[in-house]
Design a protein around this ligand. Structure first.
Ligand SMILES: Cc1ncc(COP(=O)(O)O)c(C=O)c1O
Length: 469
């Protein structure tokens, strides 16, 4: 890899300003109140990415501590992935995937089913349906679950169970099963109503209650809900181990094991949304492994291409697949996206799996996660730290006004989060707080030097959050 050449040169300050003016005149950025870009929230123009670093058009460098929305695994512009993308683009960039097949798509599907979580008590995941992003994967799983039940004569299963504080994406179906008020509330009149079950979130444990007991309590509530509604439920959809957008809230794996057992008892599918936590983030390749659970649907995206290209995959088993096997076309799964199974994206995903195969990434991450724990431990005594939690390569700092009661700040929450974000950037790292939660979810290539930057930036962000008024 050439480190110092780039197709995008460093720009003079006036040229950066001109670029920003052009951008703000025409581009509508995601998940943004655009007005903030005129004031408090600077848009950061990036010229290139290298390893764990993003490099600004003005030459400043930022450690990508959040892996660019949790997508990046092995660093930016990774040469192995870049090469695979280039090679595939020159060979076959795309072909309609209905009625046609290609090597990268087949190879990826074979590899994904071989890597998928397995258990003796559930059928193995053996079929792969591609989508283009995480939300599409959720839509696919929801529709497939309902339709499989319908084809089996259980058309009354029209409802889903989702967890409080869960997040599954922004399209109407995925948003409907999400419970982040900021994203959901406005669109609520348009959304189907799932049954929300209590989250097993260990931060919500009662005084003296262990994470496991808290998870069991939530599972008991799920049992009650299934007892009442079970016959009308198609699937339970949940994020195993960590509710990421919900503030990196973590739970004991027993909840997932209990959820599997309860779903089986009621003929309900289990949809594991590993879009954010898959591919090693929580310490195992898939979080489901920690509960010894095979879901009926496993939704993957983000790390699937190590953050290089949009792609998602929904894995399911033969029982679901067979429900669609028919001479009647309408009993088939007629869902499609134009770019389903895009060969370049599949080639990027295959290159990602090559990187996993080349070394024991999960074992190496254990060492890295221990180093991150030590670095984060530096803040353990901070009076405004309500909880420091970790699941593998995800670490979260819950900032509170009052440590004893763990009460969050109620004054200026948005201003505080913005101040923390800006202070992090000033200190050279992208830390994008989720409300009052600062977190680290870095690419797996960070070294000691980067961890020091992370520590410094976190100290600055934390202080900015606390001092903001
Ligand atoms: C758990 C989870 N599910 C689904 C999604 C939606 O994925 P996408 O943004 O690719 O649509 C996200 C995105 O952050 C996510 O964290």
């Amino acid at each position: 890899m050439t480190q110092n050449t780039s197709i995008a040169p460093i720009l003079a300050e006036a040229d950066v300003e001109a670029f920003l003016a052009r951008d703000l005149a025409v581009v509508w950025h995601p998940c943004t109140q655009m007005r903030e870009h005129r004031g408090e929230l600077p848009l950061v123009p990036i010229r290139r990415g290298r390893g764990a670093w993003l490099e600004g058009m003005d030459g400043r460098r930022y450690l990508d501590a959040i892996s660019s929305w949790w997508t990046n695994l092995f660093g930016h512009a990774h040469p192995v992935i870049a090469e695979a993308i280039g090679r595939q683009a020159a060979e076959l960039e795309h072909v309609i995937y209905a009625g046609f097949a290609h090597e990268p798509g087949l190879r990826l599907a074979e590899r994904l089913v071989a890597l998928a979580p397995r258990s003796t008590s559930s059928p193995p995941l053996s079929r792969v349906f591609y989508g283009e992003n995480g939300s599409a994967a959720i839509e696919i799983a929801l529709k497939m679950s309902f339709h499989a039940h319908l084809n089996r004569g259980e058309g009354q299963r029209t409802r889903f169970i989702a967890l409080e504080n869960g997040y599954h994406g922004e399209t109407l179906g995925a948003l409907a099963v999400s419970d982040i008020p900021l994203f959901r509330r406005v669109y609520a009149p348009l959304l189907m109503e799932p049954c929300f079950a209590p989250s097993p979130d260990a931060f919500k444990a009662e005084a003296g209650e262990t994470a496991e007991a808290c998870a069991r309590r939530a599972a008991a509530a799920l049992a009650g809900l299934l007892e009442r509604e079970g016959e009308r439920i198609a699937a339970l959809v949940m994020e195993p181990r960590v509710q990421c957008a919900g503030g990196m809230r973590m739970h004991h794996p027993i909840y997932l094991a209990e959820a599997r057992r309860l779903c089986d008892a009621h003929g309900v599918h289990l949809i594991a949304d590993e879009i954010a936590v898959g591919f090693g983030r929580t310490g195992t390749l898939f979080a489901c492994e920690q509960a010894g659970v095979t879901p009926d649907f496993l939704c993957l995206s983000k790390g699937l291409t190590a953050g290089s290209l949009p792609l998602s995959a929904v894995l399911t088993h033969e029982r679901v697949f067979e429900a669609f096997w028919s001479e009647d076309r309408s009993r088939g799964f007629l869902h499609s996206h134009s770019y389903t199974g895009n060969p370049i994206a599949c080639a990027a995903a295959n290159a990602t799996l090559d990187l996993f195969a080349a070394r024991d990434v999960i074992a190496d991450n254990r060492v890295l996660a221990a180093k991150l724990a030590v670095a984060a431990g530096r803040f353990a005594g901070h009076p405004q730290l309500g909880e420091l939690r970790q699941a593998g390569m995800i670490l979260a700092f819950e900032l509170v006004e009052d440590r004893a009661s763990r009460r969050a700040y109620t004054d200026h929450p948005r201003r505080r989060a913005l101040a923390a974000y800006r202070a992090g950037l000033e200190a050279g790292a992208v830390l994008r707080p989720l409300g009052n939660v600062l977190y680290w979810m870095p690419p797996y290539c960070i070294g000691d030097e980067e961890i020091e930057v992370l520590e410094r930036a976190t100290a600055a962000a934390l202080e900015a959050y606390v001092r903001c008024a």
